[in-house]
Design a protein around this ligand. Structure first.
Ligand SMILES: [Zn+2]
Length: 396
């Protein structure tokens, strides 16, 4: 298999959601700097994300909504009607200077990733993973649903069995809305129970092709390992996907301010490594993650694991300097970040709750595994949406 590829963009360095928004922090730019400081991102493995054209985004989004994003960027504001209809200009989904270009770059990145894995391989797109966006509205900090566009592109490239695995702390409501009932896309989501968007109940199968596992606070690494070994890998074995898309939101780690899953960043790396062995094509996206240190360390560790790099006990000085330079204004954790956030990459294991507490819910989902491939094949196989247009602009 060829060396994994990393798709990034400098747009993430200069753009921010602004103010007190959880995404006022740098994320992708820190991952790029940290992986480079470690010597883990040679030019041969880096690709600059193209920006998707508005027309390409209408493979999932409405033309009116895409036009509203373009207009919001040009005008720097939205009127009341636009705010009400498209949920733009709210606290969650603020108008910011790159409100169109930044999500369109995320979309271009994942669509390029789909093309790059066409003949096999692994691609990491940490700027992707905005899994909440809906066809006609922004939702949960997400403007364009790049995971949906990635899956559509894989479908348009001829993949007939695609698996989507989502380990973000929040349920992937936008992706489920797009692909519920589609026999060619198997969706597996692990997310914190009783947390926004409050969808993705254990009993919600989206018409047969979704496995939703809400998990309790304090879940931890042992919980995720049990879910991986007893549910996710067996489901993939049954479905035999041609491609896997992993949304690896980093908000399930202990340091994250928006959830309580209490995992270490080893849980994310272990999941990505396990999935790499389950299909000839793997695309790893980012997602949530709201502590600038923990997000950068999580996705850098994941990239290092995919490349087989040994984890350093202590970071070299150039890498420490990247983490030392981070700020987290207005946050208690930002005033005196613990030394481990600045000097290490790999968290020690955080076992969390006894996986026995998950036995019942895992069993409920495992009961659906026998005959899964046949039932998926019997679902309406025809794509519910038009294939995306092959249209991308170069980054500029
Ligand atoms: Zn999340």
């Amino acid at each position: 298999m060829p060396a994994p590829l990393f798709i990034g963009s400098e747009i993430y360095r200069r753009s921010s959601y602004g103010g007190r928004h959880p995404l006022a922090i740098p994320r992708v730019s820190t991952v790029i700097d940290l992986t480079r400081a470690l010597g883990w991102l040679p030019a041969a493995q880096y690709r600059t994300s193209p920006r998707a054209r508005p027309a390409a985004l209408t493979a999932f989004h409405t033309p009116d909504y895409v036009a509203a994003l373009v207009r919001a960027e040009a005008e720097g504001a939205v009127d009341e009607a636009t705010r009400d209809r498209h949920a733009l200009g709210t606290f969650s989904n603020p108008v910011f200077p790159e409100i169109f270009r930044r999500p369109a770059t995320g979309a271009g990145g994942v669509m390029l990733a789909a093309e790059l894995v066409r003949h096999g391989g692994i691609v990491h797109v940490p700027g992707g993973g905005t899994h909440h966006a809906l066809p006609d509205r922004a939702n949960g900090f997400c403007y364009i649903n790049d995971p949906v566009l990635c899956l559509l592109r894989l479908r348009a490239l001829g993949m007939r069995r695609i698996a989507y695995v989502d380990v973000d702390a929040h349920h992937c409501d936008g992706v489920e809305a797009a692909f519920g009932g589609a026999g060619d896309v198997l969706m597996l989501s692990v997310h914190e129970e009783r947390r926004w968007p409050f969808t993705g109940a254990l009993s919600d199968d989206a018409g047969g092709n979704a496995f939703n596992l809400p998990v309790p606070r304090g879940f931890g690494d042992a919980g995720m390992a049990a879910v991986r070994e007893r549910l996710i890998l067996p489901a993939l074995e049954a479905f035999e996907p041609e491609a896997i898309v992993l949304q690896s939101g980093a908000d399930g780690v202990t340091e994250d301010p928006l959830s309580r899953l209490e995992m270490s960043n080893g849980a994310h790396a272990a999941m990505a490594l396990a999935l790499a062995g389950m299909a000839p094509r793997l695309i790893v996206l980012g997602g949530g993650g709201y502590n600038p240190w923990s997000v950068a360390r999580c996705w850098t560790r994941l990239w290092g694991a995919l490349n087989g790099h040994p984890m350093p006990d202590r970071l070299p000085p150039e890498a420490e300097a990247v983490l030392e330079a981070l700020e987290w204004r207005g946050r208690a954790g930002g005033r005196a970040p613990p030394a481990a956030w600045r000097t290490t990459l790999a968290d020690p294991p955080r076992p969390g709750l006894d996986p026995a507490a998950l036995t019942g819910r895992i069993a409920a989902l495992r009961a659906r595994l026998p005959g899964l491939a046949e039932r998926m094949a019997a679902l309406a196989g025809a794509p519910r949406m038009a294939p995306p247009l092959p249209a991308m602009d170069a980054d500029r």
